[in-house]
Design a protein around this ligand. Structure first.
Ligand code: ZN
Length: 456
C-alpha cells in the first residue's frame, strides 16, 4: 500500500494547477441571457455513471458485497485517488483543503462568481454499503461531465466536493464542519494528547491538526450546497415515490453517561445491598427508550455502546460507561427530550446507590433546507415527471453543517427495505439515474434562477 499512500500525499499536497482545458476559448462562453429551460432536455449518461459506481464500489469492497472505507483508511485514500483521476480526466481544477476535503472546480462564466457546491462523501462506516455517499459523488461527477461535454458554462462556478469523514470515524461530519468553521477548538487543539491516531491519520494525507481551521470557507463566496443521497429509510419506498425533497435534518446530541457504583465479590455480596453500575445503566437504557417512544413520536434515543469495569464474571460492575445519542427535528422538543433523559439517568442512579455523570459531547443543531433549493428540486422533479414528497432526514449529512452558513438542499432516492450502513444497502439503478437527472436539472435551475441570475 506504500505507493497508494505516497500518491495520496502527492495529491493532497498538490498545489492545484488551473487546467480548465474545456474552457480555453471564448467561443464556448454561453450568453448570460440563457436560462435553465435551454437545457431542460439534458440527461445524465446512466451507463457511464454506473461504470463509475462499479469502479468505486471495488475500492474497499468486502466479501459480502459491502464497503469498508472508513475515513483516511487505505480504502478511503484509494477512493480519493480514483476521484482525483476522474476530476483530472474531466479537466476540472483540483481543489483540496486543510481538512482533506477533496474536489474539482468547473469554472463558470465569471471566475469571481459564487460557487455552487455539489457532492457527498467517499468514506463509509466499517462494513458499510456501496450506495451511501458514493451515489452522490458519482452523480455529481456525471452532472459536471454532461455540462462540460455540452460546453455549458454556468453563471456560477460548480465545485464537486467529497467531505472528509462524513460518517464520523474520527469526528462526526469532520470535513463539512471544518468547511463551515463549526469545529469546536478542542477537536483541533494541539494540547490534546489523546488523539494520536487521528493526528497520524491526517498525517497520511499530508495534513496537520493545527492547519485544519484553515479549511473554513468564506460563505459569501458560496452560492449553496446540493447533495443526492439514499434515504436510509422506507418512507419513499412505502409511498412508491421517486424523489424525497429534504426539508430539514434532525438535530443530534451525543452523550457519555457514566454510572459509578462499588465493585465487590459477586458471590458473597447480598443481592439487595449491591451498588451495581450496570444494573442502573440497564434500567436507564430501557426507561429512556420507553420515554422517547411514549412522549416524543419524532424523537430518537440510542445507546450504542457500553463499557463495563472491571468486566469480570465474578465482580459486581463498579463502572458502566454508555455512549448515547438523541435526535429530533425540532430543537425545542429535542431540548425537552434531553432533559427528560438526564432526569431518568439521575433517578436510575439514585435507585441503585450510584452516582451518574452525564456529559454532552457533540451537538449538531437541527437544520432547515433553503426554501429556494426545495422549490428548485420540486420544480425539477415536475419537469422530469418524477413523483416527489417532502421529508425530514433522520441521518446527519454535510448539509447539516453547511446549512448553518449557506443555503442547502438534498435530494433523496429510495433505499430498498430502508437498509443503510450495511452491506445489504441497495437502490435500484433506475432510481439512481432518476435522482441524478433531478440533481442535474436542480443544478441548472439553481445556477440560472435562484442564486445569481434573476431571470424569472
Ligand atoms: Zn452518507
Amino acid at each position: 500500500m506504500v505507493n497508494i499512500i505516497c500518491k495520496s500525499l502527492v495529491i493532497v499536497s498538490f498545489v492545484p494547477m488551473i487546467i480548465d482545458a474545456d474552457h480555453s476559448t471564448d467561443t464556448r462562453v454561453q450568453p448570460t441571457s440563457r436560462s435553465h429551460t435551454d437545457y431542460q432536455t439534458l440527461r445524465v449518461n446512466g451507463e457511464r455513471m454506473r461504470a463509475d459506481f462499479e469502479a468505486l464500489a471495488m475500492i474497499g469492497e468486502t466479501p459480502d458485497g459491502g464497503i469498508d472505507r472508513v475515513a483516511l483508511s487505505n480504502g478511503d485514500l484509494q477512493a480519493r485517488l480514483w476521484l482525483a483521476d476522474r476530476i483530472e480526466e474531466i479537466g476540472l481544477r483540483l481543489r483540496d483543503d486543510d481538512a482533506a476535503n477533496l474536489g474539482g472546480v468547473y469554472s463558470g462564466e465569471q471566475p469571481d462568481a459564487q460557487t455552487l457546491l455539489v457532492g457527498s462523501h467517499l468514506d463509509s462506516v466499517p462494513d458499510g454499503g456501496r450506495y451511501d455517499g458514493a451515489v452522490g459523488i458519482v452523480a455529481a461527477l456525471e452532472c459536471i461531465r454532461i455540462l462540460a461535454e455540452n460546453d455549458i458554462r454556468l453563471p456560477v462556478n460548480l465545485e464537486l466536493i467529497d467531505f472528509t469523514d462524513d460518517e464520523g470515524t474520527w469526528h462526526s461530519l469532520f470535513g463539512a464542519r471544518a468547511f463551515a468553521g463549526m469545529l469546536p477548538p478542542e477537536v483541533t487543539s494541539e494540547l490534546r494528547t489523546d488523539n494520536a491516531s487521528f493526528r497520524a491519520a491526517l498525517g497520511r494525507v499530508g495534513l496537520s491538526l493545527r492547519d485544519v481551521p484553515n479549511a473554513r470557507r468564506d460563505p459569501a463566496a458560496i452560492a449553496g450546497y446540493v447533495e443526492l443521497h439514499i434515504e436510509h429509510g422506507t418512507r419513499l419506498e412505502t409511498a412508491d415515490t421517486h424523489i424525497g425533497v429534504v426539508t430539514g435534518i434532525v438535530g443530534r446530541t451525543t452523550y457519555e453517561v457514566v454510572f459509578l457504583g462499588q465493585a465487590g465479590h459477586s458471590g458473597t455480596t447480598d443481592m439487595y445491598k449491591r451498588r451495581d453500575a450496570l444494573r442502573g445503566a440497564a434500567q436507564f437504557i430501557v426507561r429512556a427508550h420507553d420515554m422517547v417512544r411514549a412522549r416524543y413520536g419524532d424523537g430518537i434515543f440510542n445507546c450504542g455502546n457500553i463499557q463495563v469495569e472491571p468486566g469480570k464474571y465474578n465482580v459486581i460492575p463498579s463502572k458502566a460507561r454508555l455512549l448515547v445519542e438523541c435526535r429530533h427535528v425540532s430543537e425545542t422538543l429535542m431540548g425537552e427530550m434531553e432533559l427528560a433523559m438526564i432526569q431518568i439517568a439521575r433517578e436510575c442512579a439514585a435507585a441503585h446507590g450510584l452516582t451518574v455523570d452525564v456529559e454532552a459531547k457533540i451537538h449538531m443543531p437541527a437544520a432547515t433546507m433553503a426554501a429556494g433549493f426545495v422549490e428548485a428540486i420540486e420544480s425539477s422533479c415536475e419537469a422530469l415527471g418524477l413523483s416527489h414528497m417532502r421529508l425530514a432526514s433522520y441521518a446527519g449529512h454535510a448539509a447539516q453543517a453547511l446549512s448553518q452558513i449557506v443555503p442547502c438542499g438534498m435530494i433523496f432516492i429510495p433505499s430498498t427495505g430502508g437498509i443503510g450502513h450495511s452491506p445489504a444497502e441497495f437502490t435500484p439503478w433506475a432510481d439512481i439515474i432518476e435522482g441524478a437527472n433531478a440533481l442535474l436539472q436542480t443544478i441548472l435551475r439553481l445556477a440560472y434562477t435562484n442564486n445569481l441570475q434573476d431571470e424569472e
